[in-house]
Design a protein around this ligand. Structure first.
Ligand code: ADP
Length: 258
């Protein structure tokens, strides 16, 4: 695997009390820098703008109105990139920011421009950090204008830059036959060659306090990855050095492959 997209969810970047998980950010910066120095092309899709924004603005939970959410995302995205820039710079790694909106991939010209930006950053040894542009992109009722969740965004990024592998880092070790958070007897799927209605039915509703995805959006992303004959690993972010093991071919989390 040479070109790898790594997606980290809000639940892994924030602690239960709503503060930022600096340890995870630091370890992620270290591991991704090592992989980059080994010659891998690394793209990071990071959630967390709303979570970090809520923390920065001292708000207990996500505001109801959309404009207020946009303001929180605007503050949080800048703060999040500030954190990444600082932590990555400890390891001498430069990062860039790419904010996506759904229309960018819907129009061939803007899509080509986005791909060019990724290619140039990777060529320069820079790690692009990607998120949806939540400050300006808003869920519409009658037509789709938003990715809506970063699971979908990360599959789209993997698709447009023809990545070899998508690694999703979440707060659970993988995909189980039932929600492991509430069912201690849940059994992990080690490998899946397809995502059908049967698997979709095993993914409970929405995810954590800050997250918007849950398991369903991760399975949908996996389905798309398989359709494109790409590969995906879903595992937990608690210890990002797990990325070394995954790339060493160890059986970790749930591996989606045709
Ligand atoms: P992230 O913030 O990493 O995107 P989410 O919190 O949105 O993560 O989604 C992961 C959550 O999905 C888990 O914490 C778990 O509660 C839930 N979940 C529901 N069904 C399943 C399942 N079958 N296997 C694993 N996790 C599941």
């Amino acid at each position: 695997c040479k070109r790898i997209v790594i997606k980290i969810g809000t639940s892994s970047l924030m602690l239960a009390d709503g503060s930022v998980n600096y340890q995870t950010i630091d370890r992620l910066a270290y591991v991704l820098t090592v992989l980059r120095n080994q010659g891998k092309e690394i793209v990071l899709v990071s959630s967390g703008a709303i979570g970090v924004g809520l923390n920065r603005l001292n708000l207990p939970h996500r505001p109801k109105s959309i404009p207020e959410q946009q303001a929180v995302a605007s503050v949080g995205q800048a703060e999040l990139m500030n954190l990444y820039t600082r932590f990555f710079s400890h390891y001498n790694q430069i990062v860039g920011q790419i904010l996506m909106t759904l229309d960018i991939v819907q129009f061939p010209e803007s899509r080509r421009n986005a791909v060019n930006a990724f290619e140039q950053l990777l060529k320069m040894g820079i790690i692009p950090i990607v998120n949806e542009n939540d400050a300006v992109s808003v869920e519409e009722l009658d037509h789709q204008t938003k990715f809506g969740d970063n699971d979908r965004l990360s599959a789209t990024v993997a698709e447009i830059i023809s990545a070899d592998l998508l690694i999703m880092l979440s707060d659970v070790p993988g995909f189980y036959d039932k929600n492991p958070t509430t069912n201690p007897d849940a059994v992990l799927f080690h490998t899946l060659h397809a995502v059908t209605d049967k698997e979709m039915a095993l993914a409970g509703g929405n995810g954590s306090k800050f997250g918007t995805g849950g398991m369903a959006t991760k399975l949908k992303a996996a389905k798309r990855i398989l359709k494109n004959k790409q590969q995906m690993v879903l595992t937990q972010a608690a210890d990002p050095t797990v990325l070394f093991d995954i790339l060493a071919g160890k059986e970790i989390g749930t591996y989606f492959v045709k």
